[in-house]
Design a protein around this ligand. Structure first.
Ligand SMILES: Nc1nc2c(c(=O)[nH]1)N[C@H]1C(S)=C(S)[C@@H](COP(=O)(O)O)O[C@H]1N2
Ligand SMILES: [Mo]
Length: 223
């Protein structure tokens, strides 16, 4: 990230929590060894339904104003994008309802998001043939990765609102990615950079024992 893109950070990296989560990954915490079919089973194996919406982060919540926020879509694309808030909001707007499945075991149904579809952004940037993976970078330094097919699904959103209200800072506002088909650690909050890559680039949790794919119905928690 360039200096002009730096934003104030509140809080401190929760080293202890990060270590504990790595330890859970090593021990295979919560694994049930079951595989379910997303076409038939709404709740993935080993998950518990919640009604509230927990906040999970690394201990640092960046304070990103709409004025400062920028989104770049670059790498293996014909037309790299660099959008400010106004340009982003001028794009076609979509609403999508989806479930959340967090690897720490909670699931939350029927989250109504508003934002810009990934497929609409991709159509503007025109991915090259070589684009096979996606790497995300956020204002708190968090990174994560998915294959192109997962990012290019119809239901994937760059969400700025939830239930009709601007996404709060805690939950990743001004804009976060929402990929409902995968565990929620694959949905970066405070996103600023999306890179289309020829080779995969494991992110923050992926290099700390979490699964590279993160399919909840196959219970791909760790790997
Ligand atoms: N930038 C950023 N995105 C992130 C995280 C983070 O620490 N930083 N945590 C991930 C994890 S582990 C989860 S479960 C969800 C939590 O999102 P929520 O706090 O809105 O529930 O965000 C994901 N995206
Ligand atoms: Mo998580």
């Amino acid at each position: 990230m360039g200096d002009e893109d730096a934003v104030p950070l509140t809080g401190r990296l929760k080293d202890k929590l990060i270590e504990a989560k790595q330890d859970w990954a090593r021990k295979g915490r919560l694994l049930t060894g079951t595989r379910l079919d997303p076409a038939r089973d709404r709740l993935p194996p080993g998950q518990t339904l919640v009604r509230d919406w927990p906040v999970l982060d690394l201990g640092v919540q960046p304070d990103v104003s709409r004025e400062k926020w920028r989104l770049r879509l670059e790498g293996q694309v014909e037309a790299p994008l660099r959008l400010d808030w106004e340009a982003f909001m001028a794009l076609p707007q979509t609403e999508a309802v989806g479930d959340i499945h967090c690897v720490t075991q909670w699931s939350r149904y029927d989250n109504r998001w508003q934002g810009v579809r990934a497929v609409d952004l991709l159509a503007l940037a025109r991915p090259r043939q070589a684009a096979r993976f996606v790497g995300f970078t956020s204002y708190d330094g968090y990174t994560t990765n998915v294959p192109m097919e997962e990012f290019a699904r119809e239901e994937v959103l760059l969400a700025h609102s939830w239930e009709g209200l601007p996404l709060t800072r805690q939950h990743g506002g001004p804009v976060r990615v929402v990929i409902p088909r995968l565990y929620f650690w694959k949905s970066p909050k405070w996103v600023t950079r999306i890179e289309l890559l020829g080779a995969d680039r494991p992110g923050f949790w992926e290099v700390r024992g979490y699964h590279n794919n993160g399919d909840p119905w196959a219970e791909e928690r760790y790997g």
